[in-house]
Design a protein around this ligand. Structure first.
Ligand code: AKG
Length: 207
């Protein structure tokens, strides 16, 4: 809780976000999953790696390439094991018992301030039951909604270094997306968005 100028107490952005997350079955939010040093090191690895310009935002694919149009993956999409710097993060999520498998695929998204991602449900035949997103560099609001672009959104304020785990209904029945805007409004505050990088870890399902 925090106290405003008039002496009224209100939740912090983090507290509100954790409260909102309870509305979405199967969604878990872990603020400060990594420390600043790890965040910096991951961003350096990412900066020094090859970007793809498949979409309006830059992306990097590891483990398996994902074809956004075909929404399908087979063994011919295999790129090799996750590099150590990504596998270490994947393993630390597993070691903390936050997930019960070690992810074999990661997609890195770069969002310039003002960029977002349309509401979507991750490909069902391609990826397993758990989708994990690690945020670096900037906050954003991730919207969860039962119908895309609906008025009823559950807003999760995702801080840099936070981990989101989507399972059950949050994975299969809720759309998640990020509105394209430069400033978010949350808990009565305006928060500027800077460049945000996310790492989405998944388990690939191949026939
Ligand atoms: O940026 C994020 O945290 C989410 C990315 C995402 O939803 C996706 O790559 O499908």
């Amino acid at each position: 809780m925090q106290t405003d100028l008039f002496g009224h107490s209100k939740p912090t952005k983090r507290e509100l976000s954790l409260e909102n997350a309870k509305e979405v079955n199967g969604l878990r939010l872990y603020p400060d999953f990594i420390d600043h040093k790890t965040e910096k090191s991951l961003m350096e690895h990412i900066d020094n790696s090859h970007w793809l310009n498949d979409l309006t935002r830059r992306v990097q694919h590891y483990g398996f390439k994902y074809d956004y149009k075909a929404r399908n993956i087979d063994n011919s999409f295999y790129l090799g094991k996750l590099p150590n710097w990504l596998n270490d993060v994947a393993k630390s999520i597993y070691d903390k018992d936050f997930i019960n498998f070690i992810p074999d695929q990661a997609i890195i998204n770069e969002y310039e301030s003002g960029q977002g991602i349309a509401p979507h449900i991750d490909c069902e035949p391609c990826f397993g039951d758990t989708i994990i997103s690690l945020s670096l560099g900037s906050s954003c609001i991730m919207n969860f909604e039962k119908e895309p672009y609906s008025k009823n959104k559950t807003e999760i304020f995702v801080e840099p270094r936070a981990l989101l785990v989507m399972e059950e209904e949050s994975r299969y029945n809720w759309y998640h997306g990020i509105s394209p805007r430069k400033t978010d409004k949350f808990n009565g505050e305006a928060i500027k968005r800077n460049k945000r990088i996310s790492i989405t870890f998944r388990k690939i399902i191949v026939d």
